[in-house]
Design a protein around this ligand. Structure first.
Ligand SMILES: [Zn+2]
Length: 235
C-alpha cells in the first residue's frame, strides 16, 4: 500500500447511483476540487429504485435523489454533474453506454477517471456488489482502455483522449490510499446529503463514514483515507 500522490487538473468520477461517488471518493474529489481540479461527475442510473420502503413512489424518489446529488456535488465543489438516467438495476455494459462514456471522456478530457472496481463481487460474506456497480465498472474500463484513446472506436464521439490514471473503489485489491484528512468533514456532509438513503439514522452513518476512513488511512499513517486500486495507463 502506498500513499496516492496525484494532483490532476481534471478528473471524472463515473458511478452507478447518485450517492456512490460521495461514499467511495467524496474526500478525494473534494480535495482535488479545492486545489483547482475540474471534477466531473457522471451518474449512470436514475436512482428510482433505491428504497426499502414498501410502495415508495419511484418518480418522487428519482426527483429527490437528483436534488440530493446536485446538493452533494456542490458541497464537493464538482464542476459538472451529468446524469445518464439509466433505470436502477438496468445498467448494461452495451455499445450505447460505452459510446456515451467515450463521448464524455473525449469532451471533458480528464487525466484521472474514478469508478467502481467491477471484479469485486462478494464483500465479507455479508454483501453482494450491486449489478449496476459491476456493469458500470466494466463499461468505464472498456470506454477508457482503450476505446476513448483510439480514433477508430466511436469516431462520431469526438477527438481521442488518453486517460492517464484509473482509480477504482469498492475493490478487493487496493494499492493506494488518498489522504482525505482535510476534507473528511465535507465527505461526511456530502454522504449525509442523500437523506433518502439514510433510513433515518444519520448519526450511525456519520460514524461509519469516519470509521471506514480511519481504517483506510491506517496503512499509510494518515488520519482519514480513501483506498483505491490504481492503474497507470501506458501509451
Ligand atoms: Zn450504488
Amino acid at each position: 500500500m502506498r500513499a496516492l500522490r496525484l494532483q490532476p487538473s481534471s478528473a471524472m468520477a463515473i458511478y452507478a447511483h447518485p450517492d456512490d461517488a460521495d461514499v467511495a471518493a467524496g474526500g478525494l474529489l473534494a480535495l482535488w476540487a479545492s486545489e483547482g481540479c475540474a471534477v466531473h461527475l457522471v451518474v449512470v442510473c436514475d436512482g428510482a429504485k433505491g428504497s426499502h420502503v414498501p410502495r415508495a413512489d419511484s418518480t418522487l424518489l428519482r426527483d429527490a435523489r437528483r436534488e440530493e446529488q446536485q446538493f452533494a456535488a456542490d458541497l464537493l465543489g464538482a464542476a459538472t454533474v451529468i446524469g445518464l438516467d439509466r433505470p436502477d438495476g438496468g445498467v448494461v455494459n452495451d455499445e450505447e453506454l460505452r459510446a456515451l462514456l467515450v463521448g464524455l471522456v473525449r469532451l471533458y478530457r480528464p487525466e484521472v477517471v474514478l469508478g467502481p472496481d467491477p471484479t469485486a463481487t462478494f464483500f465479507g460474506g455479508v454483501y453482494v456488489n450491486h449489478r449496476d456497480h459491476r456493469e458500470t465498472g466494466w463499461a468505464l474500463l472498456d470506454a477508457v482502455a482503450p476505446a476513448a484513446a483510439m480514433p477508430l472506436y466511436f469516431p462520431e464521439q469526438g477527438e481521442p483522449h488518453q486517460v492517464r490514471h484509473l482509480l477504482l473503489s469498492g475493490t478487493h485489491e487496493p494499492d493506494v490510499v488518498a489522504d482525505v484528512s482535510r476534507t473528511i468533514d465535507t465527505k461526511v456532509k456530502a454522504v449525509l446529503a442523500h437523506t433518502s438513503q439514510l433510513a433515518g439514522d444519520a448519526e450511525a452513518i456519520r460514524e461509519v463514514v469516519y470509521e471506514r476512513a480511519e481504517q483506510a488511512g491506517r496503512p499509510v499513517g494518515v488520519a482519514f483515507g480513501e483506498a483505491f486500486r490504481s492503474v497507470e495507463l501506458a501509451f
